[in-house]
Design a protein around this ligand. Structure first.
Ligand SMILES: [Zn+2]
Length: 452
């Protein structure tokens, strides 16, 4: 039987396996006994390993940080496929379908994890199964690795795996987009601030997450202050003015699509009759982040190359009791280095009268697009889908960001909208099966498959 035909026949088995995984609300949480990411993630891993064992794969549990299934019981794998079993939480009232079960409608499977990433994990699993059932023998082994804490961004699952086992020399993750992502910008998160003795400004608070353009900020000032501007409202009560300023939220990798509520408010406040001592703090912040600027030009870090351009978002602010603490998210292209970005940020902050408190982040990730591995994946993708293969560069980091030579390979096709991380997450059934076919052929090609 041909791979494609086999996978079509497995459709109901695929759905049944997906149902077994989606049923478990595996949101990565605090450690619970032997489970480093909580019992639900542990249960999801147990269920996944059970499915693999039922199908004759050889499994291993890495202390519930991750698990793996090898096609054969022996032989170090040359190819690793890295997916994850944890999911983001749901806001149940926003869902039309029950989030923790699989509902089929109009060619889609709905449920948390159907696209991110339990469905694609099973695409890879059925790809391995198809290779075997269609009569291929591989010269080298293939390993499916399932991590239990991708969504937290901590990489603790991968770290633990790497302590207990070898990462195969070729790795792809079905946790992003087709055709293939070979370049991921570097990312930094900065915490900065300072001491400012304002006379009128009592507090400024805004921003909920570090990786988004803030859509709201609230400032409380002594006395009656009249501030004007679109999206700005204020009320005067008990001798204080409370000002609410609204902007437009956007993901930190695409800040051009948003409008920063903080810098909008600061610009408007500078138009008022605030005393100089209050202006000092606002001016310092606007010096680093002028309203409307998203390319870190004022930090001296504007840069554009084949991997894209620098983006920077001032995303969290907390000023109270004369102490200012802020956070910013930066994505930077491969031409810049982590050390260079940190020192430039620190220097610009100091010049503005602020201080860099701490920074965490990583270097850009890039893989040779002319190498055999990437070339083979592109070829297989083109052959199976009939679509034009090409390499992508993105601002976000994928699951393989810290893995040398790793690429993201599917499963979402250009233009797909599967409501990842949102309500009514879904996966197009034919897309999951096509991804499985692409992965099966990639396994055969990369691991030296021959038909018996
Ligand atoms: Zn994911």
């Amino acid at each position: 039987m041909e791979i494609k035909e086999y996978l079509e026949k497995e459709r109901e088995n695929f759905k049944a396996a997906l149902r077994r995984l989606v049923k478990i609300p595996s949101v990565s949480a605090d450690a619970e006994g032997k489970y480093p990411f909580g019992k639900n993630c542990g249960d999801a891993l147990d269920e996944f390993l059970k499915i693999c064992e039922e199908n004759g794969f050889s499994t291993r549990n890495y202390d519930y940080y991750a698990g793996s299934a090898d096609m054969y019981g022996e032989g170090e794998p040359c190819l690793g496929i890295l997916a994850h079993l944890d999911v983001v939480p749901v806001t149940e009232k926003d869902w039309t379908f029950p989030p923790y079960s699989v509902t089929e409608q109009d060619g889609f499977w709905y449920g948390r994890g159907t696209t991110d990433d339990k469905g694609p994990l099973l695409s890879a699993f059925f790809a391995m199964k198809a290779v075997r059932e269609c009569g291929y023998t591989l010269k080298q082994n293939v390993r499916l690795i399932a991590g239990c804490s991708e969504e937290t961004g901590s990489e603790k699952d991968i770290e633990a795996y790497c302590k207990m086992a070898k990462m195969p020399p070729m790795v792809f993750t079905p946790d992003a987009d087709f055709p293939i992502i070979t370049t991921e910008k570097g990312m930094m998160r900065f915490t900065f601030g300072g001491a400012f003795s304002c006379s009128k400004i009592i507090s400024i608070k805004g921003g909920t997450v570090v990786n988004a353009v803030p859509s709201e900020v609230t400032a409380v000032l002594e006395g009656e202050i009249s501030v004007k501007g679109q999206g700005i409202t204020s009320k005067y009560e008990n001798g204080k003015t409370e000002i609410l300023c609204k902007g437009i939220s956007a993901h930190a990798s695409m800040p051009q699509q948003g409008e920063n509520a903080f810098t909008k408010l600061f610009s408007a406040l500078l138009e008022t009759t605030l005393p100089d001592i209050d202006r000092e703090m606002l001016t310092a912040l606007l010096k680093l982040f002028p309203h409307g600027e998203t390319d870190a030009g004022s930090l001296g870090l504007a840069c554009k190359d084949a991997s894209g351009e620098t983006t920077c978002v001032f995303s969290i602010i907390d000023y109270e009791n004369k102490t200012l603490t802020c956070k910013a998210d930066m994505r930077y292209p491969v031409s810049l280095t982590k050390a260079g970005v940190i020192s430039a940020f620190a220097a610009a902050a100091e010049k503005a009268g602020l201080r860099l408190i701490s920074s965490v982040g990583n270097e850009p990730h890039t893989v040779d697009t002319d190498g055999e591995f990437v070339k083979t994946l592109l070829e297989v993708y083109g052959e199976v889908t009939g679509l034009q293969p090409y390499c992508k560069a993105i601002g976000g980091g994928t699951y393989v960001h810290g893995i040398e030579g790793g690429v993201a390979f599917g499963p979402e096709f250009d233009g797909a909208d599967n409501h990842i991380h949102g309500a009514d997450e879904r996966a197009k059934i034919t897309d999951l099966l096509t991804a499985a076919e692409v992965y099966a052929k990639a396994i055969i090609r990369l691991c030296g498959g021959e038909r018996n």
